[in-house]
Design a protein around this ligand. Structure first.
Ligand SMILES: [Zn+2]
Length: 185
């Protein structure tokens, strides 16, 4: 899928060399189509040895159990997005602890997925009946007989058998960096 029109001025795009790489760029203004990307965030919430899962009510992946998650928003910090998504999908309040996994999928829309370990705060899992139609906490053993998406099985392994605590928010950066969300080892 090749971009045809400029997102800034609406004129046509042409293919030309931009700093050594052939890219789609506007014939009238400075707009360059750098590529198509999407960023997903996911929640790994564990309570009493069980992980929070939801059953997808929509495609893609309808009928599969996954961890709660969604796509980031333009101006919303990613930790706010994932906390909101968990609450919206299944009524559970959880707080970000760390970044524990990352998936890279270079393809037509290059996708990055960031998984957070989250601290359970409150609420019983109740599906929103829009995005998801079931929700609950399940043990690894219970997952074995459920219709769990492959990637979610991988994430559950990270959640239960993670080797480090991952990247945590830097509460006091050595350099003041306004507007940055900073996670570090
Ligand atoms: Zn343009």
């Amino acid at each position: 899928m090749e971009a045809k029109f400029c997102m800034a001025c609406g004129d046509e795009l042409e293919t030309r060399d931009v700093d050594g790489t052939m890219r789609r760029a506007c014939i009238s203004c400075s707009f360059v189509h750098w590529g198509s990307y999407s960023i997903g965030v996911g929640a790994l919430v564990i309570k009493d040895g069980k992980i929070l899962l939801v059953r997808r009510a929509q495609e893609p992946g309808r009928g599969y159990w996954t961890n709660p998650g969604g796509y980031i928003e333009q101006l919303e910090p990613i930790e706010a997005t994932i906390e909101r998504e968990v609450l919206e999908e299944c009524g559970v309040e959880a707080a970000v602890k760390s970044v524990v996994a990352l998936r890279d999928q270079p393809r037509s829309i290059h996708n990055i997925y960031i998984a957070f370990e989250m601290e359970y705060v409150s609420g019983e899992p109740i599906p929103d009946n829009v995005e998801v139609d079931a929700a609950g906490f399940f043990s690894l053993q219970e997952l074995e007989t459920m219709n769990v998406a492959g990637f979610t099985r991988w994430l559950a392994d990270v959640a239960f058998h993670g080797r480090t605590q991952g990247l945590t928010v830097d509460p006091a950066p050595v350099v003041p960096l306004n507007g940055y969300g900073l996670y570090r080892v």
